[in-house]
Write a protein that binds this ligand. Structure first.
Ligand SMILES: N[C@@H](CCC(=O)N[C@@H](CS)C(=O)NCC(=O)O)C(=O)O
Length: 209
């Protein structure tokens, strides 16, 4: 049995896992529920979900794993994208938590229905996330030994997660932050050059989110 990844037809909380599996060259069934509003998990998938939500993974031996962060970290560990040094592994966790925090701030903008107010909120979030997150990430990467990694001198899941985060802001909000951040641009190009990831990006479904 191959790995089954259940989610909606979007990148969202499943894409970092998809990117890691693609990087590792692992075949998986990418099972996508329609992303129509109101967002509803089909009953046959819902019945499998331990905590009532997706993403959910069924492993080759039938075991299940839920909660996006647990799933992504599991595959990152399995495919050597978590450093062995426990401090460096914790730094990856810290960075991934921060990436999820800025993604949450950007996600809340999409809840604003009024186009003018949405534009205002977008500008506010851009300003605050630049100061709190992107400037900090830029300086961390710029100081790294090869100038293209968040932790140590090898690719980690934090690099993949950050690339996903920046790409997602571009997809949903049409804001390309990389023009302002040369080190993050280099990090992101390095991630996107990985063979399996490159192939995944070519073949992944085109989605709005
Ligand atoms: N803490 C969970 C949150 C999962 C979550 O919010 N899933 C949403 C999709 S992004 C969902 O299943 N929504 C449909 C529902 O709650 O019925 C995780 O990180 O996996």
């Amino acid at each position: 049995m191959s790995i089954k990844l259940y989610y909606f037809d979007g990148r969202g909380l499943a894409e970092p896992t998809r990117l890691i599996l693609a990087y590792a060259g692992v075949e998986f069934e990418d099972i996508r529920a329609p992303l129509d509003l109101p967002v509803t998990i089909p009953p046959e998938i819902k019945a499998k979900c331990t905590w009532g939500q997706v993403p959910l993974v069924e492993l080759e031996d039938g075991k299940k794993l839920a909660q996006s962060l647990a799933i992504t970290r599991y595959f990152a560990k399995k495919h050597s994208l978590v450093p062995e040094d426990i401090y460096e592994a914790a730094l990856c966790d810290e960075y991934v938590d921060s990436i999820r925090e800025f993604l949450q701030a950007w996600y809340l903008v999409t809840h604003e229905k009024d186009p003018e107010k949405r534009q205002e909120k977008r500008a506010e979030v851009l300003k605050s996330t630049k100061q709190r997150f992107f400037d900090v990430f830029e300086s961390i990467v710029a100081k790294s030994s090869e100038g293209k990694h968040l932790v140590g001198n090898a690719l980690t899941w934090a690099d993949i997660y950050l690339t996903h985060g920046l790409n997602n802001i571009e997809l949903v909000h049409e804001i390309n932050l990389l023009n302002d951040y040369p080190a993050l641009k280099k990090l992101s190009e390095n991630v996107l050059q990985q063979k399996g990831i490159q192939a995944w990006i070519q073949r992944r479904p085109v989605t709005k989110f």
